[in-house]
Structure formats: C-alpha cells, structure tokens
Design a protein around this ligand. Sequence first.
Ligand SMILES: Nc1ncnc2c1ncn2[C@@H]1O[C@H](COP(=O)(O)OP(=O)(O)OP(=O)(O)O)[C@@H](O)[C@H]1O
Ligand SMILES: [Mg+2]
Length: 254
Amino acid sequence: MILQVKEVSKHFGGLKAVNNLSFTVADNSIWGVIGPNGAGKTTLFNCLTGTYQLTSGEILFNDESIAGLKPSKVAEKGLIRTFQGNKIFPGFTVYENVLMGADRRTPTKAWEEILGIKKAKKIEKEAHEKVMEILDFLELTAEKDFLGKNLSHGSQRRLAIATALASNPKLLLLDEPATGMNPEETADLMDHIRKINKMGITIVLIEHDMKLVMNICEKITVISFGEKIAEGSPKEIAQNKQVIEAYLGRGSQF
Ligand SMILES: Nc1ncnc2c1ncn2[C@@H]1O[C@H](COP(=O)(O)OP(=O)(O)OP(=O)(O)O)[C@@H](O)[C@H]1O
Ligand SMILES: [Mg+2]
C-alpha cells in the first residue's frame, strides 16, 4: 500500500473538516475521492502534503510516517499535488513553469558550488531534456514560450500537471483537474491521467465530474462532512443509497 490514512482528523475550532478518516491506496491505482462541496476533500490533501498539521491520526507513505513533516520533505519523498483552481506562475513561460518543478531540488547555483560548473551543466541539460519530454507528453511543446497567463484554460490545467510531473511523483494528488474543461479537454485529460498511471505513478483524484471519476477510478472513497460514508468500485458507489442521498442525487451526471 503506497498510502495509508489512519484515523486522520483536522479540526478548525469546532469545525470537523476531516474527522476520523481512514483509507488505504494500493500501489499503481487510480483512486477517487468524491463528496459534496465543503466535505473536506481539499483539507485532506492539505493534511497529506504537510500543509496542515493533523489534529490527530497518522499517515504512512510507503510504510513510513509522514505526519508532521514539512511540505518540502513530503514532496521530496514523491508525494506531489496540484491545486484546486489554476495555480501556475502566470508571468513565467510554460517552459519556465515546468522547469521550476524539475529544479525544485536542484538550484543550479548550489550545484555549481558543490559539484563544480561542469557537473552542474550536466544536471541543467538533464533538467532541460526532462522538461521537453514532459511538455511533449502533455502536448504543450507548441506553447513552450507562451506566458502561463496567455494559455487557454485547458492548457493551464495541463501545465499544472506538467509541473507536478517534473517533480518526480510516486503519488500524484490531483484536486479537481477537470473543472471548467469542455468535454473534449476532459477526454484528453482522462487519457493523460491513464498514461501517467501507466508510467507507474499512483493517482488520487478529487473530482466533481462523475463521468471522469466513474471512468478512470478503480476505487472511490466518498466523504461527507469530513467522514467516510462509502468506499468501493465505481459501480458499487453509483448504487450506494447513502452516497446517492448525500451527493449523487443532487443532479450529478454520469
Ligand atoms: N484553513 C481553514 N480554516 C478554517 N476552515 C477551513 C480551512 N480550510 C478549510 N476549512 C473548512 O473546512 C471545510 C472543508 O473544506 P474543503 O475545502 O476541504 O472542502 P472540499 O471538499 O474541498 O470542497 P470543494 O468541493 O468545494 O472544493 C469547509 O467548511 C471549509 O470552510
Ligand atoms: Mg476542494
């Protein structure tokens, strides 16, 4: 199991945003997390990545405790997230955005001091090649020199994933990647998520687009008011009475 969430709670004063939540994610799976607005999904990601300190509970990543670690330490271990909304660097080019993901652990100046210029240049070249490969994979090569802010919504979303990929994730957390996408962009996204998973990267996906979730997730954890109310295959979840009542019944489309 790549990820074990054990009785995790995150309370804000009296608000139990995440409460006593447990679930485990199998290696190499695509795992869905769904639930109504305000259910605690993003808070859960913030707990997993070290952005929030837990009120209580334990998180194991590859059997090692990561609860209490700083976000940078969690990221170094290979647990990488994208943010809800378009969190890219709007004033930097597409290339620079992805390079920042790749360079997170290898600032050139520091490497030059430690290893000498020749070795540092080699690392720079490797980073460049990696960025170009990721841009190609996410069909962003033609927009490589565009400023982030000048991209279409769909491209901005792909750029966020490209930047996360550059940080060498073992587990990639995607927070509502399909928001605002048209059906064609969503179909492309689905394709990309499958391909990323085939590279050996486990994925946990928060999403309101039920068609996307039901199509690509092997298992789904449903949360409502911070607590797990169901877990199972897409088919089981789609038929679960409590889930339909708490979430799916409210006009969600399959
Ligand atoms: N830093 C914070 N301080 C206080 N309350 C917070 C904080 N972060 C989240 N919350 C509250 O926790 C609850 C869960 O919020 P969260 O953003 O995790 O929901 P969500 O499931 O991601 O919703 P959505 O589907 O709308 O993105 C909400 O009531 C929210 O207002
Ligand atoms: Mg959210």
